[in-house]
Design a protein around this ligand. Structure first.
Ligand SMILES: [Fe+2]
Ligand SMILES: [Fe+2]
Length: 203
């Protein structure tokens, strides 16, 4: 393992928490870039889920509720990961459109026509993109940056559940088939059992 850059006594121009993970092989600049892309994807999916589900799944109260869980958990993912970007020495773009355009996943915009099948398909693919993105962060940090890894793996746990939810709903709605997700709705909407901040800080 390379030697971590020494940070002098009282020196505020560097971070031991960054130099130690860099010495273990983390490309910190790339990690920050990917975390910002993932944060933008979480932020925009909260926005689009809200638009699409609340407004356009009228009459499908069961689907709405599951989608609301996914929306609120994406919001929890956004809240969880943003402080880590700053700890690593990064920052969010000051301009919202710039931030939005850096998202690592396409926004889940309302499909045309906005049928339940089309909406569920789009949301399923959005969860799949999130699984790929957070798996990449886990790969970059495993065994090197335990703090980012812990956060990313908590988020990944929920994204994998979200994919299973949408497979179940789409199978029923589109194909009339039963493909169980193995999960039921959260106890509270958007419970975020793995990623909510309160639990993270007070495990
Ligand atoms: Fe998410
Ligand atoms: Fe998700």
């Amino acid at each position: 393992m390379a030697e971590a850059k020494k940070i002098g006594y009282g020196d505020l121009t560097g971070r031991v928490g960054v130099e130690e993970i860099r010495a273990r092989g983390v490309d910190v600049d790339l990690l920050i870039k990917k975390l910002i892309a993932n944060a933008a994807a979480e932020f925009s999916s909260t926005y689009y889920y809200y638009t699409i589900l609340r407004m356009h799944l009228a009459g499908y109260e069961d689907y709405k509720e599951i989608c609301e869980d996914a929306r609120l958990e994406d919001r929890a993912h956004w809240e969880l990961i943003v402080p880590r970007i700053y700890e690593l020495g990064g920052e969010l773009p000051n301009d919202l459109p710039t931030f939005h355009n850096q998202a690592g996943c396409a926004p889940a915009k309302l499909p045309s026509p906005p049928t339940a099948v089309n909406i569920l398909t789009l949301l399923l693919e959005s969860e799949r993109c999130a699984i790929r993105s957070w798996s990449e962060i886990c790969d970059m940090t495993f065994g090197k940056d335990p703090r980012t890894y812990d956060m990313a793996s908590r988020i990944l746990n929920e994204e994998i559940e979200h994919e299973a939810w949408f497979i179940e709903l789409l199978a029923r709605e589109r194909d009339g088939r039963s493909i169980p997700s193995g999960h039921f709705r959260r106890g509270e909407p958007g419970d975020a059992p793995y990623s909510k901040n309160r639990q993270f800080y007070n495990p």
